[in-house]
Write a protein that binds this ligand. Structure first.
Ligand code: AMP
Ligand code: GLY
Length: 407
């Protein structure tokens, strides 16, 4: 089987490595840090493959899966209709309310005065989200009502996120532990992957701005089979059914970002693809033929024998980012230590924002590398991941030092 992985980040690197254990893989376009993998610069629609796996949300929202399917291709990834779940938080919230999926109270607005009136009815903390795609950076969570009000005005002015910000979702702040549960869906059925926990804030202790994700680990002790079963029954399957009722044949990954509140798990968001960096800890633990399972989902033919199984080993991923991430990453610095870090037993380096200059890899994006290690337990995986991360550097490199610390 030949699989085309679409994208160029750490998630796509992890996907390509997992798939290449049983399939021939080409990454489109990939990045120069994906050393041992075949890459293609052609548009994904023009590549010959038996299966397309689309990594990032933007091409999904843009209808790439529809275009490949129109040519008879099999795709893991929803069409533009299903990708709206991530492309519009306002639409997603409406669907969740209609399907009675537990989620934070919220309303969406394009008029600042109405948004500010609603804000005043909520007890706080307050959450203001841009409606459209913003790479995980369009969300403000604050205990300061003035800051929330300023953010509503700023976002609705269209200055911060252009068109994506012209509508906002104003929401009650929830508290608790966060958990990511991804499920593989074939339009009707869904099977959960191992749960993961992501670190969204830039700084240690959950400080600083929201990012795309600064690290992750899996398994998550609190995510028992019973809890994951509950999330499937109360969140993932009702959403899949609500999509079907609207005529959406959702074949792809449905990723529930959850808050484990005192009243049970509540959905913060749905993403329409593998999480990044979550994929970098979940895929290395996936035992079995990943390509066959993704193909079965793309065909709409998942069965119990495809239910993903995971190794008892733990995985921890530490993201290494450029200075200035998430707002203004500085790029172009040579990356030191790749050879040494890659040769540590148990460690895998996933390349994301990298480019090649004079035969050397240089930084070229916000999140530059993901350093994942497997171990007998979280503590061992964490020790190995930081041991490998300590070998890697560039001027001003940014990372968190507390990934998987208090597990
Ligand atoms: P989202 O893109 O909607 O998942 O939001 C990004 C991050 O903002 C989440 O991972 C949470 O850390 C935080 N967040 C989003 N919604 C809420 C909420 N209602 N209450 C508290 N934190 C939230
Ligand atoms: N790590 C969060 C995401 O992939 O959206």
């Amino acid at each position: 089987m030949r699989v085309c992985v679409v994208g160029s980040g750490g998630r796509e690197h992890a996907l390509a490595l997992s798939l290449s254990q049983t399939a021939e893989v080409v990454v489109a376009p990939g990045n120069p840090g994906m050393r041992a993998l075949a890459r293609a610069d052609a548009p994904p629609e023009a590549i010959e493959a038996d299966l397309w796996v689309i990594g990032p949300e933007a091409p999904l929202v843009d209808g790439l899966a529809d275009r490949v399917r129109a040519k008879g291709g099999l795709v893991l990834g929803p069409g533009a209709d299903g990708a709206r779940l991530e492309g519009s938080k306002a639409w997603m919230k409406e669907l969740l309310f209609a399907a009675r999926v537990p989620t934070a109270r919220s309303q969406s607005f394009d008029d600042p005065q109405a948004a500010l009136r609603y804000l005043r009815t909520l007890p706080g903390p307050w959450v203001v989200k841009t409606d459209g795609l913003a790479s995980g950076k369009g969300v403000l969570v604050t205990s300061d009502p003035d800051e929330a009000a300023r953010d509503v005005r700023e976002k609705l002015s269209g200055r911060a996120f252009g068109g994506a910000g012209r509508r906002v979702v104003v929401e009650e702040g929830l508290s608790g532990q966060e958990l990511s549960v991804m499920a593989i869906c074939d339009g009707h059925r869904a099977y959960p992957l191992a749960a993961a926990q992501d670190y969204k804030r830039l700084g240690d202790g959950g400080t600083g701005p929201n990012t795309g994700g600064m690290g992750a680990f899996s398994p998550v002790p609190v995510a028992t089979d019973a809890l994951v079963g509950d999330v499937m029954e109360r969140a993932v399957l009702p959403t899949l059914h609500a999509l079907r009722k609207r005529g959406v044949d959702y074949r792809g990954v449905l990723y529930a970002g959850l808050m484990l509140t005192e009243d049970g798990p509540k959905v913060l968001e749905f993403n329409v693809r593998f999480g990044d960096p979550e994929a970098q800890v979940v895929l290395p633990r996936w035992d079995g033929d990943v390509a066959e399972v993704l193909l079965a989902a793309a065909r709409g033919e998942l069965s119990d024998r495809d239910a993903p199984r995971f190794s008892p080993q733990a995985a921890v991923c530490v993201v290494l980012a450029a200075p200035g991430y998430p707002h203004h990453p500085e790029t172009g610095s040579p990356i030191e230590g790749l050879e040494e870090a890659s040769s540590l037993p148990g460690a895998q380096i996933f390349a994301a924002g990298v480019a090649e200059r004079d035969g050397q890899l240089v930084t070229a994006g916000g999140r530059v590398l993901g350093v994942t290690a497997l171990g007998r337990d979280i503590a061992e995986a964490r020790r190995l991941a930081y041991q490998a991360a300590d070998l890697l550097s560039w001027p001003g490199m940014v990372r968190r030092n507390d990934i998987a610390e208090l597990v």
